[in-house]
Ligand binder design. Structure first.
Ligand code: PMP
Length: 352
């Protein structure tokens, strides 16, 4: 017997990467930052814990003010959420009456939210090299959403192509999920005043060390944000809790630390790409904090399992187009050295 509404009985939930004991495993499977937040963040959270008897500020002022300033937008052009996942869920819930289209290889939650909100979704295959051609979306109605850089491929779509699409379709909403933008190219955020049909989603989970605090945002023109807030206030006005607000505020005051860790991650990413190439791996030119690689001699699943046996967790997606690949989060230099040593041993065993 089930009490679940019939319309949810076929729902396929998201499968998160596993959270493992870091004493035992090197964790390169969920695109978190391998670095702890700045010490000042930990102090701020401890202080905020004294106020846990009070509900959180629904305006999330201590984050919204400095974040709007950092992004160069007005506060009414910004909404904060419980991770960008929550903001994305509002978008799928609220802006999809004419349907929504997204790539076949992208962030898994787009498909999950389409199912949850029973949205008419069109899944558009990426090109053979996993690149995104927005012309493939020209004939479709409704909203378009894609991640830039994309996940799990890491491929970055030049801004000019996005602008051309937005201009060709002023009546359609274009959502750019910039979860990984800090590790790569130019953000679309400065263009929100120019384009009323552009919504940009961002997160504190990847470049700002706060995956566990759950803090994400969207930036767009004030009407779009007011509509998103209608949904937010109809569900849970206290969606960003006191500890997270304190953490977010402190992170924004520790921008030097954040910038330094971004730079380190980019350098380690590029170093790792070279080393993986020398081991015979094929890969995309990832612009995220992760790598997307395959080896001609070993199936993705075999490699995933072999690494897991050696206590290294990476992500393997059992989908037709991605099953040969692994997505490997860029860890610390030591973690990547350990990964490469382990891969060398695994590959030597295959060859012998
Ligand atoms: N968008 C993309 C493309 C992602 O990879 C992720 C993280 N898995 C998210 C959004 C969600 O991030 P969060 O909810 O932690 O902000």
């Amino acid at each position: 017997m089930t009490f679940l509404n019939r319309k949810y009985q076929d729902l396929t939930p998201y499968t998160p990467g596993e959270q493992a004991d870091e004493e035992e495993y090197i964790k390169l499977n969920t695109n978190e930052s391998p670095y702890p937040p700045a010490a000042s963040v930990q102090v701020a959270v401890t202080k905020a814990a004294q106020k846990l008897n009070r509900y959180s500020d629904i305006a999330v002022e201590i984050v919204a003010k400095p974040l709007a300033q950092y992004l160069g937008v007005k506060e009414e052009q910004l909404i904060l959420g419980n991770g960008s996942d929550e903001v994305l869920s509002f978008i799928f819930q609220g802006f999809t009456e004419k349907g929504i289209a997204f790539p076949d290889v992208t962030y898994g939650f787009y498909k999950v939210y389409s199912g949850l909100y029973q949205v008419d979704s069109t899944i558009v295959p990426l090109k053979n090299d996993f690149s995104l051609d927005l012309k493939d979306y020209d004939e479709l109605p409704g909203t378009v959403i894609f991640a830039n850089p994309n996940a799990p491929t890491g491929i970055y779509l030049p801004q000019a192509e996005i602008c051309e699409f937005i201009e060709r379709h002023p009546e359609r909403l274009v959502v750019v999920d910039e979860a990984y933008i800090d590790f790569s190219g130019e953000s679309m955020v400065p263009l929100i005043n120019q384009y009323k049909n552009l919504l940009v989603v961002g997160t504190f989970s990847k470049s700002r060390q706060l995956a566990g605090a759950r803090l994400g945002f969207a930036v767009g023109n004030a009407e779009l944000i007011a509509d998103l807030n209608r949904l937010r206030f109809s569900l849970n006005p206290y969606n960003v809790n006191n500890l997270t607000q304190a953490a977010g505020s402190a992170v924004l005051q520790a921008q030097d630390y954040v910038d330094q860790k971004i730079q380190e991650t980019i350098e380690i990413r590029e170093w790792s790409k070279q080393k993986l190439m020398q081991l015979g791996f094929e890969q995309t030119d990832s612009q995220g904090n992760f790598l997307f690689v395959k080896h001609p001699k070993l199936a993705g699943e075999t490699l995933f399992a072999a690494l897991r046996d050696q206590k290294i967790l990476v992500r393997w997606f059992n989908q037709p187009r991605t099953k040969d690949y692994l997505r490997i989060t860029v860890g610390t230099q030591e973690q990547m050295e350990q990964l490469l040593r382990t891969l060398k041993i695994i590959l030597a065993e295959v060859k012998s």
